[in-house]
Design a protein around this ligand. Structure first.
Ligand code: SF4
Length: 222
């Protein structure tokens, strides 16, 4: 069973799939501890927060409540909601705390494209067709290492930055644990801060990397 914090349909706001209508499946649980995390309500998995699916789907605010769902439950929910998006983003929390092979394979077989957004600190278990976005969380309070296997599997490395130190950390990581030659590398300014955005733009031009903006935050959508 997967512990699901929320399922909703919106536009993907970040990275290579920016602008693509997407169904987000947010999993509960994350031990990484990023200080700027905007989904801190997903960190803990408390048994008393296990609620029925209909109550989880009816949530109107961010809470730590979650539902235990099988792949079949998730398909039923997608059908009930009448979503039209054909791209599913599995995020968290840290989704790779879970084995996502069954879910991603079933979605692909049903015609959905799939994407996982992960910190790179857990083994990535998903279908071969899944687009893996690793957003490496380096030296975070949780003390977890970025796995070399996650860097190798990444289709896209999307790195949040606020200052030069974060770019240096990414370069060191890429030197020690290389990605594939065709992996897309993108810098994403943290919290739309102007100085971070300016630094990201300059560095992306210098290195021929991509700029990833959190367009959903500029638009004020989820
Ligand atoms: S890895 Fe993601 S969910 Fe976990 S603390 Fe960092 S930003 Fe938050």
């Amino acid at each position: 069973m997967l512990k699901i914090n929320e399922i909703f349909e919106t536009i993907q706001g970040e990275g290579v799939f920016t602008g693509v209508p997407s169904i987000f499946v947010r999993l509960q649980g994350c031990p990484v501890g990023c200080p700027w995390c905007d989904t801190q309500h997903t960190w803990e998995v408390e048994d008393e927060n296990n609620i029925p699916v209909r109550d989880m789907m009816a949530k109107s605010t961010d809470t730590a409540m979650w539902s235990a769902m099988s792949v079949s439950d998730i398909f039923s929910t997608l059908e009930d909601c009448g979503y039209t998006a054909k791209h599913v983003v599995i995020t968290g929390g840290e989704p790779c705390m879970y084995d996502l092979n069954e879910l991603t394979t079933a979605l692909n077989q049903d015609g959905y494209s799939t994407q996982i957004e992960t910190s790179g600190t857990f083994p990535i278990q998903c279908s071969m067709a899944t687009w893996v976005t690793v957003s490496p969380k380096i030296n975070m309070p949780g003390g977890l290492e970025i796995l070399a296997s996650a860097m190798q599997r990444a289709n896209e490395i999307k790195h949040p930055i606020a200052m030069q130190k974060h770019i240096d950390e990414l370069e060191q990581l890429l030197a020690e644990k290389p990605a594939q030659p065709d992996t897309q590398i993108a810098l994403q300014p943290i919290s739309q801060k102007p100085r971070a955005t300016e630094l990201a733009i300059k560095t992306c031009i210098d290195r021929n990397w991509r700029l990833s903006l959190q367009t959903h935050k500029y638009l004020g959508i989820e």
